[in-house]
Design a binder for this molecule. Sequence first.
Ligand code: GLU
Length: 613
Amino acid sequence: MCGIVGAVAQRDVADILVEGLRRLEYRGYDSAGVAIINNDNELQRVRRLGKVQELADAVNNNPLSGGTGIAHTRWATHGVPSEENAHPHISSNNIAVVHNGIIENHQELKNLLIEQGYVFTSQTDTEVIAHLVDHLLKTEASLLAAVQKACKQFIGAYGTVIMDRRDPERLVVARSGSPLVIGYGLGENFLASDMMALLPVTRKFAFLEEGDVAEITRFEVNIFDKKGNAVERDATEAQVSHDAGDKGEYRHYMLKEIYEQPTAIRNTLENRIIDNQINTEAFAGDGVNADQILKDIDHVQIIACGTSYHSGMVARYWLEQYAGVSCNIEIASEFRYRKSFVPKNALLVTISQSGETADTLAALRLGKELGYASSLTICNVPGSSLVRESDMAFMTKAGAEIGVASTKAFTTQLVGLMMMTIAIGKNKGMTPELQQELVQSLMSLPAKIDEVLALAKDIEALAEDFADKHHSLFLGRGDQYPIAMEGALKLKEISYIHAEAYAAGELKHGPLALIDADMPVIVVAPNNDLIEKLKSNVEEVRARGGLMYVFADTDAKFASDDTMKVIQVPHCDEAIAPIVYTLPLQLLSYYVAIIKGTDVDQPRNLAKSVTVE
Ligand code: GLU
């Protein structure tokens, strides 16, 4: 969450910083700000409430000159979104700070700093960083030393960048819990909370590690670990394309990303299936034998949050049904704060688009302490914390996902999880025929998804019915229950319609009381063993005057009538049905959000890459 960009260069950096923020806006969009040291060593700061565009307009009207600067787009945790609370925060007109995360002991530090005479002008936790560094600089010899000392006093998670107008060609950055990446240029250097921000200026990056503090000048980057020892962090060439952050011909990133799913899935499958077998190299990690680990495990514990949690829920059905391996799934923020039992030979699987999800990362670290036999992450961002800290990683090849509501990351996670199911199952008695069948199903996905995308017009027509609705119910059974949950999450995220999902068999245990003509009921109905049971649940809704929208297999024999609108979904293999049925629900939420007039890519109160707990 929150976008940070910094630069030390000879040229003016205002445009680079603002463009960087634009590229990171999905990480927070309450307010934005920039501070630059000009050629007279003065601090210039511009902050605006609202989107980066507001800041860009302000900077356009009042151009800022200078080669050293920091910028921020905020996702408020402490203090309302406002100009006073927007970053950068300044102390004594010398120090400017941007920060991602939460300083948990900010109240205690604030009290101490007030005693020292500091006056606070914002409600944020961040402002203590600025004043504490300023205070420490009275006794410390350098900005680096002051920041290192300040970091020892912070409790919580942060990625922070600090500059001092009296030392104008230097940025000091510190990472503890929130990611930061250094971008190397020629005679200029940069940093950001995500490399996407810096693709227009460099392709050479190094990730800071936990506890690192670094000083960045035009010609040097010096990195120190949490003990203060000078360290090197490997720099790598980014593989992502420069225009990965463009919307292209699409009205929204979300729509673009929905339509990218056939390609994203094709890329995720590429080179990972050899002679109808899953190539376990796809799960490889540094110095570990993925083949052996997957052979030895007897239990899988999945940990994730949000949309990724839903993909994990589907995987539980798959692992137990196809691989014959027991599986538990838990929300990361629950798992990390309770005592749990670690079964023998258990694999800990984390799932996260960004690889920086704070709760999931904390759960992985806890799981390693608890003694899981091994860890695997299903992740979309190479080099991210989850990838670096897990024994093994399966990289989804979804490409950059900018829309806050996840789409292609989810379906590629499911592809990865099905491949994991097959890779585990082959050592647990899954027949070669079943392995081959599942692999073939996966291979058929891109074409099948193209067929489903062709339903967009029909789904857009349905969306009109939701214009005046405030509540909705999503129903599914078996491995479609998590898909109903994901559909409900998507609808509430971007249309703000209250949506709940139920396993259809649960209706009679409570939610049936809600059914009336104002409560649309969305049903996912592939033609599987549960179809007759699901049809009974549909009748229960119909008998109570409910209005239904059914996404049904062509062979499932649902027909539209006064109480039910049916969208016929092309027949697909049972194993991949959760992936296929995700698509119409994504499109439905998208078109409902369009009718509601919401900000599809940046829905209120949310942000992507959830680096706060
Ligand atoms: N906790 C800080 C604030 O509320 C930083 C939030 C962020 O990560 O954007 O201002």
